[in-house]
Design a protein around this ligand. Structure first.
Ligand SMILES: [Zn+2]
Length: 212
C-alpha cells in the first residue's frame, strides 16, 4: 500500500465491494464498546496487535505510541495521551487486563540507545519521550556487559523497557486500586518480527520466556 489512493481502494474492497461491515457486525458495535483487554503497543507498522492476536473490532482497546511506553503518573504536563487512555480504560471501560507489547528492532528503543551511547539528540519530541526509559538503557548496557553479547543490547533494552512500563503503570492510583480489588492484571509481551516468536514475562522470575 504505497499511497492514499491505495488506502481508499482497500476500504472499497473491504466495505463497498466486500462484506466487512456485516462480517464484523459494525451495526452492533455502533451501540458501544466493552473490550476486556487493553494493549499498549508501538506505532511500528509491522506490529499490529489486532493481527498478532487475531482480534476483531471491539475486542482490544489499543494505545500505540513510540516504543510502547507508559510514562510515570504525573499531573503537571497538559497533554497526556497515554495516561488519558489508561484512565478511560481502567475507570470507564473497567478492562481486566493491560498488556505491554514490545517488539524487536524497535526504532524508538534504538534512538534511546544511540543517545545513551553519546549520540546527539536533534529531535523535538522523540528524545524527550524516550527519556522515560533512559535509566533502562543504562541498565541494559550493564546487563549486556556482564551476561550477554553486545549484539543483544537492543533486545535487553526492549525487554527491560517493558518491565519499566509495568512499574510505571503501578504509579497510577486508579490502576493500583483496580489491582488491589482483584479486577485488573498486568502482562508483558515481546514480539520478534523476524521469527514471529512471542516472549511472555514470568511474574515470579521477572524473566521473559519464549512461548512454544
Ligand atoms: Zn517500536
Amino acid at each position: 500500500m504505497k499511497d492514499f489512493k491505495a488506502l481508499i481502494e482497500r476500504y472499497k474492497l473491504s466495505f463497498l465491494d466486500g462484506n466487512a461491515n456485516e462480517e464484523h457486525d459494525y451495526e452492533t458495535l455502533a451501540e458501544g464498546q466493552s473490550p476486556n483487554i487493553m494493549v499498549i503497543s508501538c506505532c511500528d507498522s509491522r506490529v499490529s496487535p489486532d493481527l498478532i492476536f487475531s482480534a476483531k473490532p471491539g475486542e482490544i482497546f489499543t494505545v500505540r505510541n513510540v516504543a510502547n511506553l507508559v510514562p510515570p503518573f504525573e499531573e503537571k504536563g497538559e497533554f497526556h495521551g497515554t495516561s488519558a487512555a489508561l484512565e478511560f480504560a481502567v475507570t470507564g471501560l473497567k478492562i481486566s487486563h493491560i498488556v505491554i507489547l514490545g517488539h524487536s528492532t524497535c526504532g524508538g528503543v534504538k534512538a534511546c540507545l544511540d543517545h545513551a551511547m553519546g549520540e546527539e539528540d536533534t529531535t523535538h519530541f522523540i528524545g524527550s519521550w524516550m527519556s522515560i526509559i533512559k535509566d533502562v538503557a543504562e541498565k541494559a548496557k550493564e546487563i549486556v556487559a556482564k551476561d550477554k553479547t553486545a549484539s543483544d543490547i537492543q533486545l535487553v533494552t526492549e525487554l527491560e523497557a517493558i518491565k519499566e512500563s509495568i512499574q510505571n503503570l503501578q504509579t497510577f492510583p486508579f490502576i493500583n486500586d483496580a489491582i488491589d480489588a482483584g479486577q485488573l492484571d498486568i502482562h508483558g509481551l515481546h514480539f520478534d518480527i523476524g521469527s514471529a516468536q512471542l516472549r511472555i514475562l514470568d511474574k515470579e522470575t521477572e524473566q521473559f520466556q519464549i512461548l512454544s
